[in-house]
Ligand binder design. Structure first.
Ligand code: ADP
Length: 317
């Protein structure tokens, strides 16, 4: 046997283990685990209120977890000696100071990050705002603020990017620009974690997916695995008891109007669950997948909500 060096924790861009955060009597984040590796773009997908922002806020030191760890290159955000040189963060582009110009915003960010003054103009070009650098941020469109926010995130040449809904407010050209920028960042060995409720945007940009619903990860993996995993359509004599059993293990489900239940599990897993709960199955079949959107609906469906959950698709947004 050859001896090998212990793994360097800095080799993992983002590591989250057993993360929990409670607000009042409600768990906003209910024990989640995931890794984001260098060279990958991970989409953090889920309906509003699912726990995405809370997770990103904990990762970036803006909120404290009640339990668990959220590490960037092996360390908590607060323990990073020069955070903006390791991780670029954009949580809300609306929070940029409206009274400063674009170039002033980037110059300030460069100073804080300990970067040379020339970095501000370089990044202004990189985010396509070279013509608007001397205008006040208050006069920027939402899409321009998103670009500037990404510029601030990139200023310290970080290894990791954490972006909350970065495609919001961007036009199709802006969305394409962002996709190419992030893919280039990842191709150079960077780690990207971005949240979104714009399903189509995620599908075109990311290579890994984390799907969160009600504070729990209901699916994670390679994009094509998650999308192709249409799950199983189950017929059962007592659907309510199946649904209760699925809830107990935190699995998503969609109760169809014909009485069948779509679940994000393999038939063998459904069989085991049925055996354990003494449920009588009447049919088992594959769910035809209609792409990411259908998968997303079936994984994140709220058991308390009507059959069609109210979610925003890219076409509607
Ligand atoms: P998402 O980003 O997926 O829309 P959030 O992380 O913002 O979800 O919210 C998860 C849950 O936690 C929601 O029920 C939300 O109302 C609640 N929540 C988030 N932040 C706070 C807060 N500061 N105080 C109380 N509840 C909060």
């Amino acid at each position: 046997m050859t001896s090998s060096a212990p793994p360097d924790p800095r080799d993992v861009g983002i590591r989250v283990r057993g993360l929990r955060k409670q607000y009042g009597d409600r768990a906003a984040v209910d024990g989640i685990d995931f890794d984001c590796e260098p060279g990958t773009i991970t989409g953090f997908l889920g309906p509003n209120g699912a726990g995405k922002s809370t997770t990103l806020r904990i990762l970036t030191g803006l909120a404290d977890a009640d339990a668990g760890r959220a590490l960037i290159r092996g360390r908590r955000y607060r323990d990073l000696p020069a955070p903006s040189r390791e991780v670029g963060v954009m949580l809300d582009a609306r929070s940029l100071h409206g009274g400063r110009t674009g170039i002033e915003t980037l110059s300030l960010a460069a100073t804080i990050a300990g970067m040379p003054a020339s970095r501000a103009a370089e990044v202004l070009d990189l985010v396509g705002l070279e013509g608007a650098g001397r205008k006040r941020v208050a006069s920027y469109s939402y899409g321009m603020r998103q670009r500037l926010g990404i510029g601030v995130a990139l200023i310290g040449e970080p290894q990791v990017l954490i972006l909350d809904e970065p495609a919001n407010g961007l036009d199709p050209e802006g969305i394409r620009w962002m996709r190419l920028l992030l893919q280039d960042f990842a191709a150079r060995g960077g780690t990207v974690l971005l949240s979104s409720h714009q399903l189509h945007e995620v599908q075109a940009t990311v290579d890994h997916l984390l799907v969160i619903a009600r504070g729990r990860l209901v699916r994670q993996g390679l994009l094509e695995e998650v999308v192709s995993a249409g799950g199983t359509r189950v017929g059962v004599t007592e659907p309510e008891r199946l649904v209760a059993a699925l809830d107990a293990i935190g699995a998503g489900h969609t109760q169809r109007s014909d009485g069948l239940v779509d679940v994000p599990l393999e038939p063998v897993q459904v069989g085991r669950l049925a055996l354990e709960h003494r449920l009588i199955l009447t049919s088992l079949g594959a769910v035809e997948t209609g792409g990411l959107e259908d998968t997303f609906f079936s994984l994140t469906a709220d058991p308390a909500a009507p059959a069609t959950p109210a979610l925003v698709t890219a076409q509607e947004a």
